[in-house]
Write a new protein. Sequence first.
Length: 378
Amino acid sequence: MTATAPEIHRGLAGVVVDTTEISTVIQETNSLTYRGYPVQDLAARRSFEEVAHLLWYGELPDEGQLRAFRARERALRPLDRTTWELLARLPETCHPMDVLRTAVSFFGAEDPTEDDGSLAAHRAKSLTLLAKLPTVVAADQRRRRGLDPIPPDPGLGYAENFFHMCFGSVPAPEVVRCFEISLTLYAEHSFNASTFTARVVTSTLSDLYSAVTAAIGALKGPLHGGANEAVMHMLLEIGDPQRAQAWLDEALASKRKIMGFGHRVYKHGDSRVPIMQDALDRLVARAADPEVTRLATLHAALRDAVLHRKGIHPNLDYPAGLAYHLMGFDIPAFTPIFVLSRITGWTAHITEQLAHNALIRPLASYGGPGQRAVPGAA
Ligand code: ACO
């Protein structure tokens, strides 16, 4: 009797590995919900801090809860002296995602609290990372520009404070709002590659910092979070809107992936794109600058050309990449900014994984040589 060949799901495509109560993509309506709320409505009506609370606690905060949440987050923003020393020692040639990964690993090594695995301990660590990571990213961007870090301002909200620490000033409310919308849209997306990585690490009963460190590594890749940086490099490489079609023809002929397009889950368009594109359009209109208009025209021309030639829709990284450029962030800071947001989703999943843990350990179909003798063995 011959054994039936196992069914193989490369890339785990289409495999449902567990349940989650955090978010879902509703295929029929092509919409993404966080704890049941459509992400578009959250982005339009709620602050990022409220969204973080929703992801962690399951409900939007009332006024008192929000006040307490904000106070705790603001108090945790400063870094200690040893972290500053560590950051200063990292080579400027390393990618800012490496800096962030190292910082999280260091926070884990420094954390004196015994990980008792309690929900309270996990929430405290999650909030610490949410509060401190912007300080790391902003200081690193300034260091690369040859500038001293700017300490966090506890009088400012999460998004405003990040601008303040990066640039020493807070831009117009519309720009901050656009940034906050991107944070909300990036916050959570079910079992994506980096979240799944965090869940795999957690499933071994390892600690939260290890899971987040691993997730940062997974997000860095250009097929995942690294795509928002790759989008901007691609737009700068094309340069001229008139070149979009010819560039695309060449790229497709050489089997290049077009960054910021396609998605494993969304096949008819990423539900987060329209609201991010609207926010980007507002930034472009506000800039009233021919260089910005040229980039926006190129962005639209490439989107239309890819859709027409390949039927592939843009994902969130496509509008977010250009938006971050227009906000003044350096390209290598784009994926770290994604981390500042996705830290909420990752840590919500880490907590959920622990609540009903099962070790994640799939099987593989072996295709190597059959058993053979080691030369020289009797
Ligand atoms: N450019 C060119 N062709 C593409 C692209 C793209 N961006 N995306 C998909 N395709 C093509 C593939 O070549 C493939 O064609 P084929 O069947 O002729 O070989 C077909 O569409 C299916 O694509 P897969 O790669 O099998 O789809 P998968 O679900 O595995 O990949 C992924 C999804 C990795 C996101 C892919 O679309 C891609 O590489 N996109 C570019 C990188 C990117 O933007 N990543 C960000 C993802 S969203 C996020 O992390 C927030």
